[in-house]
Design a protein around this ligand. Sequence first.
Ligand SMILES: *Cc1c(COP(=O)(O)O)cnc(C)c1O
Length: 386
Amino acid sequence: MADNRSMRFGTLAVHAGQAPEPTTGAIMHPIFQTSTYVQPAVAQPLHGYDYARGANPTREALERNLAGLEGGSHGIAFASGLAAIEAVIKRLAAGDHVVSEENTYGGTTRMFTRVLAKLGVDFNFVDTSDVDAVRTTFRPTTKLLHVETPTNPMMRLCDIHALADLAHERGALLMVDNTFASPFNQRPLDLGADVVMHSTTKYLNGHSDIIGGILVAADDALAEEIRFVRMSTGAVPGPMDAWLCLRGAKTLHVRMERHNANGLAVARFLEGHPGVDRVLYPGLASHPQHALAQRQMTGFSGMVSVDVGGLARAKAFVERLRIFQLAESLGGVESLVSVPALMTHASVPDDLKKKMGLTPGIVRLSVGIEDEADLLEDLERALTRA
Ligand SMILES: *Cc1c(COP(=O)(O)O)cnc(C)c1O
């Protein structure tokens, strides 16, 4: 197995953590579809594997690959993105405090406020693009700062480097949900974050056929604690899903180049369209944090949000699109569209929606890897008829 440090991103995507299978030399890692492993003597597993909640070779191949892409030493795979976030919170105890970005994925806010807060962990939500606001939200008991950048669906950024410094000054960890950017465009560990989280359901798998999550960390002790939580609570992905995700990740760099190009083309087209009030895309010069985007990202992905002026128009627009399919989720090869206020963020309280600027007319596009001209024609047709 080659050394990760000597490889560039595209080579890492294909090769990081991969070696031919020793029995047959199979070039692709096998799917070890097993729940347990034979032990030749009592409490002496043959190769360290005893039960698949603890370890599975297919899952480990995925974990090594994604750790390589994020520049970390440890990958810990989960059954979903939310299960990955939950595992980091479960390192904490009742009375500990978490500061979270206010405009996270809707399911993250729901898990924090309606499930984990009941167990005695305290949460505060803040606009993490404002470092001073984050600083004043910290308490002596704050153990974790959780951010998402760009955020979903407002495409707000936070300064990962500045927030890592702030968290570390206060003895807390910084977790970055890197789902929207993907490691092709942004590598939070390089900027000082302690743990990177992905819903692998999205860009990393890239083909809209699994639900999965991953945490990547550089620190051995932190990774060990997270593995202990996963082993003790059980939210592991199955071998088949791990294998599919590994297969998807091998083309991440090729897909992301096209997502980035199509995303920018769609954002520019919509910005110039009279039927659109506002376009939110970090790659546009009009984005209020474009300078930060250029500093901490190398590309801007395929996620574009637009405000078309109101709920009725948003509905009419999305229902008239033909190539963009109306569905939740994102990051697959196919273009998708959603109305966050009624779909992904329906569970977010109205006052929080208002605070983050999530108006009913906002439409979120996940721009796929189809031909640009077809996507622009589809948008033009639907906007004209809406
Ligand atoms: C989808 C998503 C999640 C949740 O991941 P699941 O795999 O659906 O559990 C978390 N964060 C972001 C940014 C997401 O898009």
